[in-house]
Design a protein around this ligand. Structure first.
Ligand code: FES
Length: 135
């Protein structure tokens, strides 16, 4: 068990983890699992980095070309079960799982979904909020 002290002070926590104080609206996960990597998930992630940074939407340190007040967090994730239909991209809190995403699809996802809230239907295979658990 860790002997690390549990921090209660929220302001201290926000100083230690600036993302906790940022106006985050969405979290984009790009699968970096083996099967998605084989169909270009690395390029998909790089395309998100480029598009989000160009539009000043990506949360992160200014020194890395990101925006400390950015609205989008972008991270990798491991396999989510779309292995045969990757690359998988998940957008939360919307609960949208995109399949067969390629780097050239990224500007459309960023502009339509991340900036304007319009799901890119041709790529969206799961919409959790809409389905409410029933498919
Ligand atoms: S490797 Fe990406 S969903 Fe399985």
């Amino acid at each position: 068990m860790s002997d690390r002290k549990h921090i209660e002070d929220r302001e201290q926590l926000k100083k230690l983890a600036p993302v906790a104080a940022a106006p985050i609206k969405r979290h984009v996960f790009v699968c970096s699992g083996k099967s998605c990597a084989a169909v270009g998930s690395g390029e998909v992630k790089a395309a998100f980095e480029k598009e989000l940074e160009r539009r000043n939407l990506r949360f992160g340190k200014e020194s890395k070309g990101r925006n400390p007040r950015g609205e989008i967090v972008l991270t990798d994730c491991s396999s989510v079960g779309f292995c045969s239909i990757g690359a998988a991209v998940l957008v939360y809190p919307d609960g949208v799982w995109y399949a067969q995403v390629r780097a050239e699809d990224v500007p459309e996802i960023v502009e339509k979904h991340l900036e304007n809230g319009e799901i890119v239907k041709r790529l969206a295979l799961i919409e959790m909020d809409k389905n409410n658990g029933d498919r």
